[in-house]
Design a protein around this ligand. Structure first.
Ligand SMILES: Nc1nc2c(ncn2[C@@H]2O[C@H](COP(=O)(O)OP(=O)(O)O)[C@@H](O)[C@H]2O)c(=O)[nH]1
Ligand SMILES: [Mg+2]
Length: 308
């Protein structure tokens, strides 16, 4: 469903500035990873807004057949107005079935790669259409900007690295470890370093090049409140949940606060001590928008040259 993202206290206020033409800008993320890692839940936690129920397609199960037939039905859109720059951001997150849903992981990889390719082709056709009446800026941009790559907690497997590597040939990857609440503080710290090291040096047959990890600007990371971990590609460690704090949802202003309640305590998705999700949200939905958009244009030009 479509909704307005203007009143989110977590993303902060925006100031108006008149005398400029409104322009639409499109961002599309795709979320990929093994089955049951919490991809669908993560999407909900990323884009839901306060005062509303969790809003996404029904993601209790994400069937492969549905993705093949109608990927759009597994996507969620939010849009909001940047009053200062007069930009309407149309932000889409595409869910995918996990690669463990098929016996052959590479069938799933191929399906996701084909999807990304098909969106590039769609854009190419739009660009080249002879009888194009509208300004291209008025047309919805279907191209994929970025992939959130979900990594299981505790163990990083060769297949995860291989998949990340292959997909990175098509779209830059942001590595995210899900279900961080299943690791102790010590385990989480060790694992963060281990994943960063393996991404830098995978030591998996068939990976003969750098994995294409999206490189955010230092300033951008800082503005988003991302902790500095001193390793080159630290993954984000996140918690997501289908449950929210009813108390904070009823507060004024209402706050969207996903949490996981256990007999021994509560893990909070947006609590910086528990999870990087708030920083990821600030990064991907606010601070890095321009550089994500810019990277897409450069990547597309390269793709276009090899395709034509
Ligand atoms: N412990 C824990 N469980 C989670 C987390 N996020 C999602 N889950 C649970 O993992 C299960 C699978 O989640 P889902 O989003 O459907 O995974 P998907 O198959 O990757 O889309 C659900 O029962 C979720 O409640 C998390 O951060 N921590
Ligand atoms: Mg799912």
């Amino acid at each position: 469903g479509e909704m307005v993202f203007g009143k989110d206290a977590l993303l902060g206020p925006r100031r108006p500035r008149p005398h400029k033409i409104w322009k639409k800008k499109y961002i599309k993320l795709i979320v990929v990873g093994d089955s049951g890692l919490g991809k669908t839940t993560l999407i909900k936690s990323l884009i839901s807004i306060p005062g509303e129920r969790l809003q996404v397609h029904d993601g209790s199960y994400t069937p492969t057949e549905q993705f093949r037939r109608d990927p759009e039905s597994l996507s969620s859109t939010v849009s909001w107005r940047d009053e200062e720059d007069r930009v309407i951001w149309v932000y889409k997150i595409q869910d995918t079935p996990g690669y463990g849903d098929e016996l052959d992981v590479f069938r799933n990889l191929k399906m996701v790669q084909d999807y990304i390719e098909s969106q590039n082709r769609k854009w190419l056709e739009l660009e080249q259409a002879r009888d194009r009446k509208e300004d291209l800026a008025e047309i919805e941009d279907p191209r994929v900007d970025l992939c959130i790559f979900c990594i299981p907690p505790h163990r990083l497997r060769p297949i995860d690295l291989k998949y990340m590597f292959e997909l990175g040939k098509h779209v830059p990857v942001v590595p995210v470890v899900t279900k961080a609440d299943t690791m102790t503080i010590r385990e989480a710290n060790t694992y963060r370093t281990e994943v960063a090291n393996r991404i830098a040096n995978p030591m998996v047959p068939g990976i003969h090049d750098k994995i294409n990890i999206f490189k955010f600007e230092r300033d951008t990371l800082e503005r988003a409140g991302v902790q500095d971990h001193a390793t080159p590609h630290p993954p984000f460690l996140v918690i997501a949940s289908n449950d929210i704090s009813e108390e904070l949802a009823a507060a004024e202003p209402p706050l969207f606060w996903p949490e996981r309640r256990y007999p021994w305590g509560t893990a909070e998705a947006f609590n910086k001590e528990h999870s990087d999700l708030l920083a990821v949200r600030a990064l991907l939905m606010k601070e890095a928008l321009e550089e994500i958009s810019k990277t897409k244009r450069a990547r597309y030009e390269a793709w276009r040259r090899t395709t034509l």
